[in-house]
Design a protein around this ligand. Structure first.
Ligand code: C5P
Length: 232
């Protein structure tokens, strides 16, 4: 069964922890991104974990191998259960990130997950640098396959890319998919999927933000999505 990850897209701890409190007891993960982590730092991670949630730290690290290794190691030492890097950083960076993951978890009994970002879903073919000879879907697949051979656990991708990635990399290679919409919201997400469609495509983690956090009853909204995932 796939897991549901709630995107805590808040500028500060007050909003994020208020939402986490309202979702307490739900079988969901929490995603902490750049804005929230930069504002509040690692203490927020422990406070979310204290409420009983697993945490995905969505920092998309991209730097020289040694720096990324240290950043991943520090993330895991803060108790983060899943963290990500940009696969455009290449093989040495990805392998260094895996070393950091293992170093951070050493002795804790934890088995954190390292995912790679292929091409941001906000990008289109025109955003790729001139001279790129492959199409965007080919680039996504090439980076996903490269990540697989470099030993990371999976990728962040559009729900529409999951089948091709699983066919090429194997079922055990994890796919985490944002852009999940139970119903059309008319917001900024474009290539969306329903929770059932994403589960049927084989996605392992579904990231949902506003359909839950913007709902009058977030716990009920999360529950409805979890039910739809179970039925799929
Ligand atoms: O509110 P919504 O459901 O659109 O939130 C989706 C979350 O997933 C946001 O935190 C967004 O930054 C993140 N995300 C995304 N597309 C990606 C990677 C991350 O929407 N390719």
């Amino acid at each position: 069964m796939a897991d549901l990850v709630i995107a805590l897209d808040y500028p500060d701890a007050r909003g994020a922890l208020g939402m986490a409190e309202r979702l307490k007891g739900a079988d969901v993960w929490m995603k902490v991104g750049l804005e929230l982590f930069t504002a509040e730092g690692p203490s927020l991670i422990s406070r979310i974990k204290d409420l009983g949630f697993k945490v995905f730290l969505d920092m998309k690290f991209f730097d020289i191998p040694n720096t990324v290794r240290g950043a991943v190691r520090s993330s895991v030492r803060h108790g983060v259960d899943m963290v990500n890097i940009h696969l455009m950083g290449g093989e040495r960076m990805a392998r260094a990130a895996m070393e950091g993951l293992h170093e951070g978890a050493a002795g804790s009994g934890a088995s954190p997950i390292l995912l790679g970002v292929t091409v941001l879903t906000s990008m289109s073919q025109e955003d790729l640098p001139k001279g790129f000879s492959t199409t965007l879907p080919e680039t996504v697949l090439q980076l996903a396959s490269a990540g697989n051979s470099w030993g990371i656990h999976g990728v962040v991708c559009s729900g529409h890319e999951v089948v091709a990635i699983k066919n090429s990399c194997g079922k055990g290679y994890l796919c985490l998919t944002p852009g999940i919409r139970p119903v059309a919201l008319g917001d900024d997400q474009r290539r969306t999927m329903t929770p059932a469609e994403a589960v049927q495509a084989g996605s392992d983690f579904l990231v949902v933000g506003r359909p839950v956090t913007g709902s009058d009853d977030p716990a009920q909204a999360a529950h409805a999505i979890l039910e739809a995932m179970k039925q799929a």
